[in-house]
Design a protein around this ligand. Sequence first.
Ligand code: AHG
Ligand code: MN
Ligand code: MN
Length: 335
Amino acid sequence: MPPKISLTRYLVEQQRMDGHIPPELRLLLEVVARACKSISQAVNKGALGGVLGTAGSENVQGEIQKKLDIIANEVLIEANEWGGHLAAMASEEMDGIYLVPNRYPQGEYLLLFDPLDGSSNIDVNVSIGTIFSVLKKPDDRAGVEEQDFMQAGNRQVAAGYCVYGPQTMLVLTVGDGVAMFTLDREQGSFVLTAENVRIPEDTSEFAINMSNMRHWDVPVKRYIDECLQGREGPRGKDFNMRWIASMVSDVHRILIRGGVFMYPWDNREPKKAGKLRLMYEANPMSWLVEQAGGVASNGKQRILDIQPTKLHERVSVILGSKNEVDRVTGYHAKL
Ligand code: AHG
Ligand code: MN
Ligand code: MN
């Protein structure tokens, strides 16, 4: 049996390769992974740890916060604020940016996260996750402000997620493909279990919340309608559908066996670009998908090229197997 490669060893080797990742970024990613281990512990305890249920508060986006949303947010902040590698953090669960307190040294990285993705699945024991994205402060100026976070996803230096499912897995890119690590609970470490992940270009599986069908735009309706017609329709084959309602789990499945995931704009709230958040969800997932040979678009534009204008910006998301995403964006172009 070949030796097990831990996340630490993987990162050290990435660091050695042509300056792929600097030591401070390696430290940052190790700390994020450690925080994910703690969150995984809390998730695993469930009712025994008193972590289920709502917290009785709302986040800045008007969503009811679950206890685990808040616990995961605190774990990530506490783990990351003292290491000296970060300048500031931003989270789906916090109104503004979180500056590293003065008593700690300041680094040059910015960390963004969705501490707990798939909140509606917490209390029903279905897979949930943590999504993270790392940017670099744009210049050497002292101090940091919200404007420093307004960088397109193509400027990310690392991105990934941790899925708390039957196995806890950390999935990561530093721009050199996608690697997957499985948590070995006896050893307490993440072990490399898949490398150079590739998303098949073709698929017969889609993921979308079908209950919103009547609210969708014409191109999305057309695409799903053609899938539903199966072998008798224009696509000439049957399609399967999956919707876990945790983006982390839906994207994880797509990275492993292909598929197309969509949370498109819909006319329930026409002024909102979409439901999912650009900086905490769409950007990190889009980079992972692209690094695995897939495509990520808002229908009209590559997600990674969108210039954000605010921290909690939302976006329409279509991502996954190349040929299917190209088809959906092609339908948008014909509109
Ligand atoms: P979060 O729990 O961080 O708010 O994100 C939930 C997101 C995403 O993970 C998932 O794909 C989608 O919301 C599910 O939405 P619906 O409940 O509308 O299907
Ligand atoms: Mn989320
Ligand atoms: Mn969340």
